[in-house]
Unconditional design. Structure first.
Length: 136
């Protein structure tokens, strides 16, 4: 066992499989892969506690994040306008209404990421996470 998340064990073979898959799309260390697995387990546990159901774990995570975090985020028009004005060069002369939805989506995703990171930190604080990963 390389880690325990509450009463769930993470085996070395599970970590290696996850790590090899993650490494295909991102430059990630084995330790980062383990932390990602732990975060995923914590979020899935919370989603199941809310009695959410989906065909895949990825869909379940998306639904949970949409309900728990996304539903509480509101991007104000002032923030979108401010972002537009601060990044005019990047929009290469496109008018505000042309890029407004793109900016709002970007700000929404950025806020979801901030809130998700905070939520995961809270879950880790309130859970028993033991890591036993050692150098090879």
């Amino acid at each position: 066992m390389v880690a325990y998340v509450d009463e769930t064990a993470v085996t070395l073979s599970e970590l290696r499989d996850y790590y090899l898959e993650a490494k295909k799309t991102a430059n990630i260390t084995e330790e980062e892969a383990l932390n990602s697995m732990i975060n995923r387990l914590l979020l899935l546990k919370e989603a199941r506690a809310m009695k959410l159901e989906a065909q895949t774990d990825d869909e379940l995570l998306k639904d949970y994040i949409d309900i728990k975090i996304g539903s509480l985020i509101l991007i104000k028009e002032d923030a979108v306008i401010s972002f537009y004005n601060e990044h005019l060069k990047e929009f290469k002369g496109k008018d505000y209404l042309t890029v407004r939805d793109t900016i709002e989506k970007y700000l929404f995703e950025a806020e979801i990421n901030r809130q998700l990171k905070k939520h995961i930190e809270e879950l880790r604080t309130n859970s028993e996470v033991r890591i036993r990963l050692t150098d090879k």
